[in-house]
Structure formats: structure tokens, C-alpha cells
Write a new protein. Structure first.
Length: 188
């Protein structure tokens, strides 16, 4: 199955990009979770880094960690504590095998879950891989005022994930976007 073609005129994922507005770059970190990838073969991390910078955002950091709960947690918590990371995107470790532990590592840290992300990700992914999307536990939430998105490790899944995340990280996207929420995420 082919992914649906976006119609012309700026219509993206049910909204519009207002070209009259100025893009506010978002500061994003990418974490690849894998027992087998390193800097020389991290194609999914490369793809996300390219999409992030190509969209005008700032890639503030990037790391590769093994599929180990504490290692994943420690890296994400360190990025949240830095104060200059607004979004974290992980790739890998969302499957069903014994070593896939990204959701177990990060969901307990979520202050709030973003259930809609998983739903929309699976709708988009279904267009690419059909029922195989059932094998993904893609998830998202907020940790300490930072958006955290957990994507599968394949290049295709990262493309699908960015097609969902990217428009919401574009401050020009309407009727609303996540960038406009960022100043209010830690309100009490």
C-alpha cells in the first residue's frame, strides 16, 4: 500500500501551514535504542536528524543506547534535566520481542500520556505496512515539560512517525500545534 498523497496548498495532516507566519525552531534530541546499531549504521537516527534539521529545527543532541531500561531512562532524564531540550524522539525498542523495552523504560516517567499519538501513528503506519503496524508499541507523552515520542526502529516507521510529529512541531501549523503549548506545559 502506498501512503496517501498530500494535496497541494499546504494541507498537512488535517491542518494548514500558514506561510505568513515565521517558523519557531524547536530544540530536539534523538535517541536510537538498539543492541546492534552504531554511528556508522544508524540509518533511522540519520533519517530523523535529517528531517529535523530539514524542517528548520535544531538537533541539540543525539545518542545510541542499548535496549536496557535504566540506560534509556537515564539518557532521557538527563536530556529533560538539561533545560534546552523541548522534544525527544526515540527510535527502536517498541516491538514485541524480549529486548524491546523502550515503552517500559519511558511510560512510567510520563507525567501525561499522549494517547492520540499512538492512534494517529498506527493510522499512518497502516497505509505503509498494513496489519504489521500491530507489532509496534509506538507511544508518546510528557516528561517534565518535554514532549517524548517513541517510534519503531525502521526507516519506514520513522518516516511515518515524522509525518505525524513534524506538522505538530511546526509553529505555523493550524488550527493548533504543540509549539504553542510549550510555554504552558509546566503550569500548576
Amino acid at each position: 500500500m502506498n501512503a496517501p498523497v498530500q494535496p497541494p496548498g499546504g494541507l498537512i495532516a488535517g491542518g494548514r501551514i500558514d506561510e505568513a507566519k515565521t517558523l519557531k525552531p524547536v530544540r530536539i534530541a534523538v535517541l536510537t535504542v538498539s543492541d546492534t546499531r552504531d554511528a556508522s549504521n544508524d540509518t533511522s537516527g540519520d533519517l530523523l536528524a535529517d528531517r529535523i534539521t530539514g524542517a528548520g529545527h535544531t538537533l541539540v543532541d543525539r545518542a545510541i543506547m542499548r535496549d536496557e531500561i535504566e540506560t534509556i531512562r537515564n539518557q532521557v532524564q538527563a536530556w529533560v534535566a538539561r533545560g534546552d531540550v523541548e522534544v525527544i524522539i526515540t527510535t527502536g525498542g517498541t516491538g514485541l520481542t524480549g529486548r524491546d523495552v523502550t515503552p517500559q523504560a519511558l511510560e512510567p516517567l510520563f507525567d501525561k500520556r499522549m494517547d492520540g499519538f499512538s492512534v494517529v501513528f498506527h493510522l499512518v503506519s497502516y497505509q505503509s505496512v498494513g496489519l504489521s503496524t500491530l507489532q509496534s508499541r509506538a507511544t508518546a507523552g510528557l516528561i517534565g515539560g518535554v514532549f517524548v515520542f517513541c517510534l519503531p526502529g525502521s526507516n519506514g516507521a520513522c518516516k511515518d512517525g515524522w509525518s505525524v510529529i513534524g506538522p505538530q512541531l511546526d509553529s505555523r501549523h493550524g488550527p493548533c500545534n504543540m509549539v504553542e503549548l510549550m510555554p504552558r506545559l509546566l503550569e500548576t
